[in-house]
Design a protein around this ligand. Structure first.
Ligand code: FRU
Length: 636
């Protein structure tokens, strides 16, 4: 899964890489126009047309609608939104200079065009020689009205630089040409203001030869007002935007206009040169051209028409190219996506194949392991069977031998018993007979153990419950270890915490054998000077708990689970005993429906705990019968 995820990531990055090869950086250009009018509409058209040829750039044009505040917020918008370059035609120099300075000093390039700011905190400036235009207008005015003619000047916006320059140029030209400017009024670059000031002026002043308006809109307003007042005044304007100025000349509304180039193309090309680190002119001032009057207005209008047609064609072509390009990029993306999918599929297929191969190899290995295990199991089974057969034969043999030994042993035991009781023996003879008697009893016990074990193996061990008063019995059994404890300096602690009248239904012989087995083991494995503790308690009224604890050599953790197994020898090299004592003890305890457990620590000692249910003969009738039924006396 992890691998598939990795592969998927690789392919995604691969496709992203492929597609990024296609993407170039996009430059964002912000244009802040101070106003919206015919002249700026033409310029904006040029800007939009030029940008079509630069797919690496986008442009957003905002108009301040003659408001300084709006223009400041437009410029701030471009700055705050991370535009790469800002182009601005400042509405009024004093108001707009600070924000331009701020942008420029923050590192964003700024181009100023048409109207200027105070100072030169800009990356580039593109503009027209407004002073020259003013001067040409004065020269042309003199040509229209002759020396000594009287002129009224309709001023643009007071704080915008072209107005000032157009005024200065005209005044210088007028002085040179010998015409006099008798009045100036602010038209603020717009028709309405110009119409209003002209209306008032023409009411009081009728002796006027020429109106010099700083743009065509104001010139048209002046002309219309002159007509209204019945005055025959020559009118010249500036801009020569085809739809307004040139048309006004062609329609004889005004007498002449001076071309004020828009140069939208050039502004965008300069911006891109700056952005791409290519060479550009920091300050470009476009030269003035000859005036547009009735002699050339029609031609210019025609030229403009054909230019418009060409532009429309270019637009169509561009949109076709765009369509084509969009299709092409869609197809290219599709192509890369297809490649990516194919690679992904191949990768997934490869991974699946790998998994499949690995599985197959695994399965083979598993089958081989299985086969080996089965072989081992079969061998083990055969060995077990052989072992079982051998064990059984051994047991049968021992049982038979034990049977054979029991009769003569009983015959020996009887006279020895009598001899022990005889009182006419010398002390030495008595000691010897006691030794013989003791060993006859040991032999007897061992033979019984073998015979019981055989019964247990055949599931024919029976139980004979009888109600006994256990306390004296336990004390008696425990006492028989006092002598050996004394002899070996073993501290034997006998703690029988049972009520005096405590009685329980048990198979006395078997529990005695369990007791002797546990105690003998404790003595067998506890070194001289060690400690052995036997205790008997009632765990509530339900269980009798017998425990034998020693400070002997203990049992290793790996042996502890097996010590109740038959024939199990902790020390395999030096076996100690037959290995059936504990196994038989467990069988006897379980026959009583009790449990036997051991806790031990190597070299610290062991504790065997036997728990027997406290029952009484009356309630164990069924139990006794049941166990007795299963046990017959067949011993081989
Ligand atoms: C357009 C305009 C033109 C004029 C120029 C001066 O907004 O008023 O008519 O020539 O601005 O900046």
């Amino acid at each position: 899964m992890k691998r598939i995820y990795l592969l998927f990531l690789t392919i995604i990055s691969f496709s992203a890489l492929l597609s990024s090869c296609h993407e170039k950086k996009t430059y964002r250009i912000g244009v802040s126009q101070c106003s919206q009018d015919d002249w700026r509409a033409k310029m904006n058209d040029e800007i939009n047309r030029e940008i079509m040829f630069h797919p690496e750039a986008t442009v957003e044009i905002r108009s301040a609608d003659d408001s300084n505040e709006k223009q400041i917020s437009d410029i701030r918008y471009f700055k705050d939104n991370g535009f790469d370059i800002i182009i601005a035609a400042p509405n009024e120099a004093d108001a707009i200079t600070p924000i331009i300075k701020e942008v420029y000093e923050s590192g964003t390039p700024v181009i100023i065009f048409d109207r200027n700011i105070n100072g030169d905190s800009y990356t580039a400036y593109l503009g027209v020689d407004n002073f020259g235009i003013g001067k040409s207008a004065a020269h042309y005015g003199r040509h229209l009205i002759g020396k000594g003619g009287k002129v009224i000047e309709i001023y643009g916006l007071a704080g915008s630089t072209p107005a000032k320059e157009r005024h200065d140029g005209f005044i210088e030209g007028a002085t040179e040409e010998g015409i006099s400017v008798i009045a100036s009024a602010y038209g603020n670059w717009n028709y309405d203001d110009a119409a209003s000031v002209c209306d008032s002026m023409f009411t009081v002043c009728k002796d006027i030869d020429l109106i010099y308006a700083h743009n065509d809109r104001m010139a048209i307003a002046a002309s219309e007002m002159a007509k209204k007042h019945g005055l025959d005044i020559k009118v010249i304007g500036i801009d020569a935007a085809p739809e307004i100025g040139i048309k006004a000349v062609a329609d004889s509304v005004i007498d002449a206009t001076f071309l004020y180039p828009t140069e939208g193309y050039r502004v965008i090309r300069t911006a891109l040169a700056i952005l791409k680190g290519e060479p550009y002119e920091r300050v470009s001032t476009f030269p003035i051209s000859s005036p547009v009057d009735i002699s050339n207005a029609d031609i210019l209008l025609l030229q403009n028409e054909s230019l418009k047609e060409d532009s429309a064609k270019i637009k169509t072509l561009k949109s076709q190219v765009d369509d084509f390009w969009n299709k092409h990029s869609a197809q290219t993306s599709l192509f890369y996506a297809a490649i990516a999918i194919v690679v992904l599929l191949l990768g997934v297929l490869f991974l699946f194949l790998r998994i499949f191969w690995q599985r197959q190899r695994h399965q083979k290995e598993l089958m081989e392991q299985n086969r080996l295990l089965e072989e081992q199991r079969d061998t083990q089974k055969a060995l077990n069977e052989q072992l079982n057969v051998a064990t059984q034969s051994k047991l049968i043999f021992f049982t038979n031998v034990s049977h054979d030994l029991r009769t003569p042993l009983t015959l020996i035991a009887e006279p020895v018993e009598q001899l022990v009781k005889a009182d006419n023996l010398t002390p030495q003879q008595h000691t010897l007979v006691k030794i013989a008697h003791k060993n006859v009893r040991i032999l007897h016990r061992l033979i019984n153990q073998i015979l019981d074990f055989r019964k247990y193996e055949n599931g024919k061990l029976d139980i004979n419950l009888e109600e006994v008063s256990l306390k004296p019995l336990l004390a008696d059994w425990a006492d028989s270890f006092l002598a050996i404890a004394r002899k070996r300096d073993i501290k034997l602690n006998i703690a029988i915490h049972l009520p005096d009248n405590f009685s329980i239904a048990i198979d006395v012989e078997k529990i005695e054998r369990v007791f002797f087995n546990l105690m003998s083991n404790a003595f067998k494995y506890t070194p001289d000077n060690g400690k052995i503790k036997f205790s008997a308690n009632c765990d509530g009224s339900e269980k009798l708990v017998l425990s034998v604890a020693d400070t002997g050599r203990g049992i290793a953790a790996e042996d502890i689970d097996n010590i109740f197994d038959r024939f199990y020898q902790v020390d395999k090299i030096h076996p100690n005993g037959s290995g059936i004592g504990l196994s038989l003890a467990k069988a006897f305890v379980e026959l009583h429906e009790g449990s036997i457990e051991v806790e031990s620590r190597l070299n610290e000692g062991s504790r065997f705990t036997v728990k027997l249910p406290i029952r009484h003969v009356a309630e164990t009738r069924n139990f006794t019968t049941k166990k007795a039924i299963s046990g017959t006396d067949v011993e081989t």
